[in-house]
Design a protein around this ligand. Sequence first.
Ligand SMILES: [Zn+2]
Length: 279
Amino acid sequence: MKKMYLSPLFVAMFGLTACGGTSSSSTTDAAADGHATHTSTWSYEGWNGPTYWGDLIGHDGTLYPTCGTGTTQSPINLTAADQQALTNITFNYTNNTDTVINNGHTVQVNASDTATSSITVDGKTYKVLQVHFHSPSEHEVDGKLADAEFHIVHQADDDSLAVVGILLNGGASTENAGYASLITQFAETKGHEYSEVNLTSAIDFNDLLPAAGSRATYRYTGSLTTPPCSENVKWHVMTSAIDVTDAQITALKEYFDGNNRPVNAIDKHVLIQDTTAAQ
Ligand SMILES: [Zn+2]
């Protein structure tokens, strides 16, 4: 497979982004047309698109080998899941001050209340780090993509990651209030791309979840869906999608349309669908 050479400077500019556990770092440069462009080592199309993420190399070797060699890569098609009655996730989200950043791959809200805001699943507590979106969705359900997918990323004290995925579909007649504040405030990033800016109104992550009683999840152990595609990420994708208006989907796509990694083979994943949603 064709190898892509990248300079050390190019490499050094990048940290863990999007689905990554830490906040991203990146730089911009000015294109000939005067618009800021992203000097990214990876993208969602072309020579550095998903097909080639595992082959991007720098002076010190391949940057993101797991993207190409990993055996439990995300996203996947959520289908033919093993049905089990699992213990529900406990959500301990607190409402606090947040910041938002357009990092060139997504718009991401970073939580500042990581000390107290968390989920508990299977007896393990993961502190909330950030929420960001992909459009269309990354996970498929029975082979079908949703209009968008939000990822709430959490990290345990041992640095392991747990992501809660929420699928969104347009077509609703009334605006989803929970997402309205979030999407509206994405506008704070305009003109400040790649910079972290304060939100005027904190986002309550509880408002991003399906209604209590509809919080069953598909669960499997996969990976980050963006480079470095690190594995052993615990995925919890809500089985109930959230309905929003077409206008809300359009508003999201103004920022990113096509920032979804294609689904990966499912054969080495063990997919479980929770049959209880008491919370
Ligand atoms: Zn993501």
